[in-house]
Design a protein around this ligand. Sequence first.
Ligand code: ZN
Length: 152
Amino acid sequence: MNTRFEFEPNFPTDLLHSVAGLLKRYEWLVPLWCQRILVRFRGDSEDGEDADCTTRKDYRWSVITIRGNFLEETERGRRISIVHELVHIPTTRVFSYAADTVDLLFKDGDAPKFHQHIKDGLREHYEAGVQDLAERIIAFEDSIAPFLGYIQ
Ligand SMILES: [Zn+2]
């Protein structure tokens, strides 16, 4: 794989090995154009997210931010969380295109009252789809783990 993971210097050392291992384990989800992923740590998020991801395909990089909430997750929950963020990388452009189109059509258009409703619904459905994929990938991995010779 060709992704370069760069951890911020202040990334907690007790988390570094675990997060780096998970990112390498699921690196196959990262599209080839994504050459660099900056990994950073921030405190708890207000909305309870374990992590988030920002991607700039035009510049070939992503930023994954691990939040304090991640520490409260089980080992399986951490795997789902990392896979969720990596699934965002190849799918976020579809979401961004749709969100930009909603802005174009509704923000200052004839139906501004629909703007926030559509944007909120779009994000909710997108996140749910990403989470569904992440959970199915982990369920599949768990189902074949005994045949691959490793135990969770
Ligand atoms: Zn997400």
